[in-house]
Design a binder for this molecule. Structure first.
Ligand SMILES: [Mn+2]
Length: 354
């Protein structure tokens, strides 16, 4: 049995769990690849993959029995059925939000083991970062700070968003990011109101607002930060909106600590915005946990029921997005402590005019 899982298995009165979410697979096994599953029982830990990954899995996951499902049948389900029979499993937890209906329907016919839902349980464990995870997250954030510093020199009239996005991805990797990471967001001018827009062939022009949202990975642990800058002198409206968002972000950073409800942090983010003409353009999600996944628990919004705890790593990222005009977002990644937080991304939050 893997450390930390005994209590869960006991409390839920199950004898096994099938882990299908790839971040949970990595969290529990150390495996860095894709398309693999864990079947953890009271007696043994199985790692189910295919021949593309068996050697890698044997190196990265020494605590597991490695099974190649293609050698056992036609689908992953054949390997699951093989284990449930061999281990005489009675009740297996499955991640119902990850497994497809097709796979579930087929599996249900193949096995006599009963199943129950365990989605969110490993995700809850993942929210509280262990010392090595905190170290990896600090390193990932430092990489994104260095890449940001480099990309500022490339933002010039005539270069496109897509070119800048490619350069930023290059700087992140040269500065030490994992080879595989997630795509950055690099937007300019009126396109900055597209919260998660895709970098286009739009050329940067003088006076543009430029929004970058990006991150690095370090041993699989991710950073996520955003900065909004202006090429040239910022106009009054750009400055006004930027300062509201900066104040909103700082209001949250200054109040957040272990034990605060996520929705309370959200309400604090509104102080700087409510009463201004921009309130209806303020986005309702102001942050999220970050770790092996770029968006994970806890979620920071008005509707969230999450409580922020010590050793959570979250982003704070208020933003105002006005269709046709543009948007401003400032995002930092922080580590929650008993009495406040440690800010992991250290790039300036002052408005940068290039
Ligand atoms: Mn984010």
């Amino acid at each position: 049995m893997l450390k930390g899982l005994e209590n869960i298995i006991k409390e839920m009165d199950i004898d096994s769990m099938l882990i299908s979410d790839i971040h949970n697979v990595r969290y529990l096994s150390g495996y860095k690849g894709d398309e693999s599953y864990l079947l953890i029982s009271e007696k043994s830990n199985y790692f189910i993959t295919d021949a593309r990954y068996t050697e890698q899995a044997a190196i990265e996951c020494p605590e597991f029995v490695i099974l190649d499902w293609k050698a056992l049948g036609r689908s992953i389900n054949d390997a699951i059925a093989y284990i449930t029979e061999k281990e005489e499993l009675k009740l297996m937890g499955i991640e119902e939000v990850v497994m497809s209906h097709k796979q579930y329907a087929e599996l249900d016919k193949m096995i006599s083991t009963k199943t129950c839902c365990i989605s969110g349980i490993i995700e809850d464990l993942r929210t509280v970062k262990q010392p090595h995870e905190k170290e990896y997250l600090r390193k990932a954030c430092a990489i994104s700070d260095r890449a940001f510093n480099r990309i500022l020199n490339d933002i010039k009239v005539g270069i496109t968003e897509a070119e800048l996005s490619a350069k930023l991805a290059y700087y992140l990797k040269i500065e030490g990011s994992d080879a595989r990471c997630y795509e950055n967001i690099f937007l300019s001018g009126p396109r900055t109101s597209l919260l998660h827009g895709i970098p286009s062939d739009r050329k940067i022009t003088y006076g543009d607002i430029i929004l970058m949202d990006f991150g690095a990975g370090y041993n699989g642990y991710l950073s996520d930060m955003s900065r909004t800058v202006v090429l040239g002198k910022a106009n009054e409206k750009q400055k006004e909106i930027y300062n509201i968002i900066k104040e909103s972000e700082e209001d949250v950073i200054n109040m957040v600590k272990s034990g605060i409800a996520a929705k309370e942090a959200y309400h604090h983010s509104l102080k700087a915005v409510s009463g201004t003409e921009y309130m209806s353009y303020f986005y309702t999600g102001i942050g999220h946990g970050v770790g092996l996944a770029v968006h994970e628990k806890p979620y920071m919004s008005a509707a969230s029921t999450d409580i922020i705890k010590k050793d959570n790593v979250i982003t704070v990222e208020p933003g105002i997005y006005i269709p046709g005009w543009g948007g401003v977002r400032i995002e930092d990644q922080i580590l929650i402590t008993d009495d406040g937080c440690e800010i992991l991304t250290n790039s300036s939050r002052q408005l940068i005019e290039l």
